[in-house]
Unconditional design. Structure first.
Length: 133
């Protein structure tokens, strides 16, 4: 049985992601992906959703190889998507590589991973959402 190599999709340049910051990548289906850049120019990709309450990780603070969720300060590992103790949970990761300054994501993962996860709904009306139509 042979293992197929991934088809890579160029999504931006490393320089398009701020150092110790993030860039958000919208997808045609599913929630956006957050691309993170460390101070050593390492690049990681996670679903832009904290496993706790769904906070936008792309708006968090990047430090070392982690990001702090902007809502409740949970620390999420950039390499594995795992919440750091004492918190528990995982954010889906996306295979990422950098070639000649271009950030590439696995096209199959980008099209199929974490499509079942829904964005959080906040506010006093969140429990009373009624479909329109």
């Amino acid at each position: 049985m042979s293992v197929m190599s991934p088809a890579w999709k160029a999504v931006c340049r490393v320089l398009d992601i701020p150092v110790l910051g993030a860039r958000r990548l919208d997808r045609p289906h599913g929630m956006p992906v957050a691309l993170f850049r460390t101070d050593e120019d390492r690049v990681f990709a996670l679903l832009d959703r904290c496993p706790h309450k769904g906070g936008p990780l792309s708006q968090g603070i990047v430090f070392r190889d982690s990001v702090a969720c902007p809502l409740h300060n949970w620390t999420i590992g950039l390499a594995d998507g795992l919440a750091r103790a004492p918190d528990e949970g995982r954010t889906p990761t996306f295979t990422c590589r950098v070639v000649d300054g271009e950030v590439l994501l696995d096209a199959y993962e980008l099209a199929t991973r974490a499509l079942d996860l829904k964005p959080p709904v906040a506010g006093p009306c969140a429990a009373r959402i009624v479909p329109v139509g």
